[in-house]
Ligand binder design. Structure first.
Ligand code: BGC
Length: 374
């Protein structure tokens, strides 16, 4: 599986180089790349989370050796700013828009404006919902992210009736649904058989006998346990939960945390409660701060999503489109209005055991960025 991706990667790099060369020719003929215009516009959701700053850096790294014309703008957690960003890029003549929406439904207006200008729209990591103005979706396997988080808790929890604390991402992000859906499929049978006991969600408790949840049911649970992807909100919620529960819901506990930013703040809250004797906690993104937490045994695991691959896939697609070709896809996602053709990438579970092999030996990070690495 991974080998196939490597082959593909080389192919895509070759294509990028080919189009860069072609683009230079065009510019001198007054083509699309000339006159300070931009070919590919990239819009990312916020600089406040390391995840997206990392994507920016990986985009820059991928483009470092070329004069391929791209511009990256951040929406700072605002759909209005996101729309302004898209309009600014449309004014610069982009042909392809790569966009991670702040809010998957609200972004429909921005991409519909892009479509009116004949721009090809690629949703990057987060799907844009309820509009036919999305051409492609480049993503990680988000159901697998949630499933891997849940499986980690199942594999590492000891005994029965282990108090289970559930947290989710933002309800405005389609991924939050996929992550939770993937996790629920693995957790639900283990709640039903008494391994886990839900500690902090009456909505999840109500649905504990249902293996498959509808979008509506998922929405009810997510509403109750959302962090909104905000570490502060996650921290406040965790504090409220630990204040509300009795001591028999403390001791050794398991925590489903949706990503690294929220995991670290939830972990800090649980670590400071003297009635918590041990906690297992999940994460995702392999943020540097969380890798240090994993090494220090303050966070149990993270799901590593190799952003280099996602960037290569998105840019590879953009290049194909600029070249007049149809990009290769591997499946599709229903966004509520249409089936969006998608290219999906696998994820890797990282814990203390394999952190060095997966993140240092693969040259994703440098050893010197961490302390206590064996
Ligand atoms: C991304 C995660 C990220 C989260 C918060 C999700 O859509 O897939 O990687 O942690 O948003 O920004």
């Amino acid at each position: 599986m991974r080998k196939r991706f490597k082959g593909l990667t080389l192919l895509i790099m070759a294509m990028i180089l080919a189009v860069v060369a072609a683009g230079c020719g065009n510019a001198s003929e007054g083509g699309s790349g000339g006159g300070g215009g931009v070919d590919v516009g990239i819009v990312l959701p916020t600089k406040d989370e390391p995840r997206w700053v990392q994507d920016e850096q990986r985009f820059k790294d991928a483009l470092a050796d070329s004069d391929y014309s791209t511009e990256i703008l951040f929406s700072q957690g605002s759909s209005a700013k996101e729309k302004e960003n898209v309009e600014a890029l449309l004014n610069k003549g982009i042909k392809v828009l790569i966009i991670t929406p702040h809010d998957g439904a609200a972004a429909a207006a921005a991409v519909e404006a892009a479509k009116k200008d004949d721009v090809t729209v690629i949703a990057y990591d987060r799907l844009i919902t309820d509009t036919d103005a999305v051409d492609y979706y480049v993503t990680f396997d988000s159901l697998a992210v949630g499933a891997a988080q849940a499986q980690y808790l199942v594999d590492n929890a000891q005994g029965s009736e282990v108090p289970l604390y559930l947290y989710a991402g933002a309800g405005s992000d389609n991924n939050a649904f996929l992550f939770f859906e993937g996790a629920w499929k693995v957790l639900q049978p283990k709640i039903a058989d008494g391994t886990f006991k839900i500690a902090n969600s009456s909505e999840a408790e109500k649905l504990k006998d249902s293996a498959d949840l509808s979008r509506d049911q998922l929405g009810k649970i997510i509403d109750q346990i959302t962090t909104n992807w905000d570490p502060n909100e996650a921290k406040n919620k965790a504090q409220t939960h630990l204040t509300a529960v009795s001591d028999d819901q403390k001791g050794d506990v398991a925590i489903l945390a949706p990503n690294d930013g929220t995991a670290r703040s939830i972990a800090d809250v649980f670590a400071s409660d003297s009635a918590i004797t041990n906690y297992l906690i999940t994460g995702q993104d392999a943020e540097k701060a969380s890798i240090q937490y994993v090494i220090d045994e303050k966070q149990s695991m993270t799901v590593f999503k190799d952003v280099r691959t996602l960037v290569k896939d998105a840019m590879g697609m953009a290049v194909e489109i600029l070249d007049g070709n149809t990009p290769e896809t591997t499946g599709s996602y229903d966004n509520g209005a249409v089936e969006v053709k998608a290219k999906q990438t696998d994820v890797i579970v990282v814990d203390k055991e394999n952190v060095k092999a997966e993140l240092i030996d693969s040259e994703y990070y440098e050893a010197g960025e961490f302390t206590g690495l064996e």
